[in-house]
Design a protein around this ligand. Structure first.
Ligand code: GDP
Ligand code: GDP
Length: 436
């Protein structure tokens, strides 16, 4: 099951941001030392009754200079496309407006669960003001006060009920989830079409029946894959992808649901800042990664061009030093056959388990080759290590003092692990834990 998303929709000033902040609470975004990765204010995570979910404030996505109706239509459609449950927010102090009716109609047609939230009901006496909202045809209105933090529990209860119902309908799915991410026009749609058009790719299910109706299932050499979000990208995404925030939001959502992320670069136009941002997200989420340079047909080449571009990539994406790179063309279909073997390889790395005995042999060897550091006369002592999880492979080193396990030595150990085992294409996490 993937983490469900709840979107907040409504006209300006009804209190969407206030409610968004309430729902995500004081939860601090995980701080990563990845360059170029900053968290958008419009995307956060929350938790209720042990359910973790994402929250999207669609009010944060804007088309510059567009009239209000276009703006709100886009926001509603993004909510419909990107979330599992929608909270439609109204202002209880203003009553029902024409704009509310407009938004409600869009949401009604979507078939997605919508919860009608009437905000700014700051005290008990005001609760009578909510009955007018029945006319929107979205069921019971829920009174809340974003600024006082009232009523949200009831709303989240209902939201989680919807999520649970969706889960019941979702079959167990062991296929390898693959997504293609990259800025607009790098050739994602063309690549998807080219890949699905390959002879050995058997597309089994174009429009799925689960909640992810926009995923494509297919089989290659007996292995089952799910290509995430492809139809969505082909149909709707194009219209809004132009707004960078939406493009990043959609990338983030696809990454969260993936095992393997193909980071697509444009060989013709080179690397730009936005490429680093989306790639940074995949790294941050700990996904298996393949870097695919597309449009290689359009590049004037000699025998050094590939190596030169590879150096540029390594330099721009230093945090992705583990990711393999392949050069392809969706247009001429050249080298497309390199993609699946790499997907398979990085997926295996991502799910790899190293037996403790083997792991500890490598640790002992590593320490004897490069003794542990000392700090103020105390030496780091690694007693033993163990792999605690996969996807990505995560290791715990039991040590005398975690303060002594500096970044540089961790990095050294990581490199030794990479040398001993094939972790091509996957980040690996190493943590220290104190043992007395
Ligand atoms: P958004 O444009 O929909 O994101 O709305 P904001 O969250 O920015 O809120 C708009 C205004 O309404 C701000 O001045 C908030 O302080 C105010 N506001 C938000 N929630 C409440 C509430 O529950 N009660 C009252 N009285 N004001 C609120
Ligand atoms: P997306 O926005 O990332 O989905 O990109 P598209 O698949 O829509 O492609 C954007 C543009 O690049 C289109 O005009 C494609 O025809 C072109 N394009 C895609 N792949 C290739 C390629 O391999 N070579 C060349 N020369 N052009 C390509």
């Amino acid at each position: 099951m993937h983490r469900p998303s709840i979107a907040v929709v409504g006209r300006p000033n009804v209190g969407k941001s206030t409610l968004f902040n309430r729902i995500i609470g004081e939860r601090k975004a995980i701080v990563e030392d990845t360059p170029g990765v900053t968290r958008d204010r419009l995307y956060g995570s929350g938790e209720w009754l042990n359910y973790e979910f994402n929250v999207i404030d669609t009010g944060g996505i804007e088309i510059e200079d567009a009239p209000f109706q276009v703006q709100i239509k886009m926001q509603a459609e993004i909510a419909i496309l990107e979330s599992d449950v929608i909270l439609m927010i109204c202002n209880g102090r203003e009553g029902v407006t024409d704009d509310d009716r407009f938004v409600a109609r869009l949401l009604q047609k979507s078939g997605k669960p919508v919860i009608l939230v009437v905000n700014k009901i700051d005290n008990f006496e005001m609760r009578n003001d909510i009955y007018d909202f029945y006319e929107l045809g979205l069921g019971d209105p829920y009174p809340v006060s974003g600024s006082h933090g009232l009523g949200l529990g009831d709303v989240l209860d209902v939201a989680i009920d919807h999520v649970k119902m969706l889960d019941l309908g979702e079959a167990v799915d062991d296929s390898v989830k693959v997504s293609l991410i990259g800025r607009p026009n790098v050739g994602k749609s063309s690549l998807i079409n080219a890949i699905l058009g390959e002879e050995r790719v058997i597309v089994s299910d174009i429009e799925g029946t689960t909640r992810d109706a926009i995923d494509t299932k297919y089989t290659v050499d007996g292995e089952e894959y799910t290509l995430i979000d492809t139809a969505g990208m082909r149909k709707r995404g194009k219209i809004y992808e132009a707004t960078e925030k939406y493009s990043i939001l959609r990338a983030r959502r696809a990454i969260e649901r993936s095992d393997v992320v193909l980071v697509i670069l444009d060989g013709e136009r080179g690397i730009i800042e936005q490429d680093k941002r989306v790639a940074g997200l995949a790294h941050e989420e700990g996904r298996a990664i393949v870097i695919v340079v597309n449009k290689w047909d359009a590049v004037e080449k000699d025998d050094k061009t590939m190596k030169k571009f590879e150096d540029e990539i390594r330099n721009a994406f230093q945090f992705l030093d583990y990711a393999p790179i392949t050069f392809v063309s969706a247009k001429t279909k050249s080298r497309l056959n390199t993609v699946f073997p790499l997907i398979r390889q990085v997926d295996e790395s991502h799910k790899k388990r190293i037996p403790s005995s083997t792991l500890n042999e490598v640790i002992v060897d590593s320490v004897s080759m490069n003794p542990t550091p000392t700090d103020k006369g105390r030496r780091l002592n690694i007693f033993y290590g163990t792999q605690v999880s996969v996807a990505p492979p995560t290791f715990v080193l039991f040590v005398n003092d975690t303060e002594l396990l500096h970044f540089s030595y961790k990095r050294y150990i990581e490199n030794q692990f990479r040398r001993a085992f094939d972790f091509t294409g996957t980040p690996i996490h190493i943590m220290g834990r104190k043992r007395n």
